[in-house]
Design a protein around this ligand. Structure first.
Ligand SMILES: Nc1ncnc2c1ncn2[C@@H]1O[C@H](COP(=O)(O)OP(=O)(O)OP(=O)(O)O)[C@@H](O)[C@H]1O
Length: 226
């Protein structure tokens, strides 16, 4: 099982240019998360949370600064090296569980599908054992499109863990869920963090931040409170 990797952001800046206008989405953002610890990024709409997540996931290069996952600087890697690093060490669960999952497949199918990337150095979790460890054995063989939003979100997180990532990045894990489903997703994320992976979540929900801890507050692209 993964022991997690530390993640460090140094002087991160990100600027978008759209229709001749420049938007400074991240301004000198810096933090460090130790291996196996949690970081929960909160902030109002437009504060730069999604931008930070995509930069930390290596899906977007920042216009300034560095991101270190373990001792590797994501911003210095080639596209090919980034693909390899992502496959071996990172997983991203995006906001809408339908975008993470094959709707007509079962939970087991979805974990297996997430394991398609082959190659050396890629660890695989046994799908049945993984779903059982996350308390999802009862729905392991159910079609995803017949499950509740909360169950789908938990399966999306399970699929994120299919390759035993060292760092799990989760975008708004509880949006559009009722309070009970939200608690179940949070129980699961706490279990994931207890297993060893470094957990980085973004949320606008203060309840989520209070439960997960390790809060970093963004506003206007800047860190305004650790
Ligand atoms: N592709 C883009 N092109 C131009 N500007 C962008 C782009 N993506 C985001 N922005 C701008 O960058 C700033 C930060 O956006 P970002 O989506 O990172 O914030 P956020 O905190 O995730 O917001 P939300 O909670 O609404 O998703 C905003 O001003 C936004 O309009």
């Amino acid at each position: 099982m993964s022991a997690g990797l530390p993640v460090r952001a140094e002087h991160l800046d990100h600027e978008y240019e759209a229709e001749g206008e420049r938007v400074q989405a991240l301004v000198d953002v810096a933090f460090q998360v130790a291996a196996g610890e949690r970081l929960t990024v909160v902030g109002p709409s437009g504060s730069g949370k999604s931008t930070l997540l995509t930069v930390l996931a290596g899906l977007q290069r920042p216009t300034g600064g560095r991101v270190l996952v373990g001792d590797q600087d994501l911003t210095a890697l080639s596209e090919t090296e980034l693909v390899t690093l992502r496959r071996q060490h990172l997983a991203v669960v995006v906001q809408d569980p339908r975008r993470n999952l094959l709707p007509y497949g079962t939970a087991v199918d979805n974990v297996r599908f997430a394991q398609r990337p082959a190659g050396r150095g890629v660890r695989r979790r046994d799908p049945i054992e993984l779903l059982r460890s996350l308390g999802l054995d009862a729905v392991a063989h159910d079609r995803v499109d017949r499950l509740s939003g909360g169950e789908r979100q938990r399966i999306a997180i399970a699929a994120g863990l299919a390759l035993d990532p060292d760092v799990l990045l989760v975008d708004e894990p509880t949006s559009a869920l009722d309070a009970r489903s939200r608690d179940e997703v949070l129980d699961l994320l706490e279990r994931v963090a207890g297993e060893g992976a470094t957990l980085i979540s973004i949320t606008h929900d203060r309840v989520v931040a209070d439960r997960l801890g390790g809060v970093l507050v963004l506003d206007g692209g800047k860190v305004v409170a650790p």
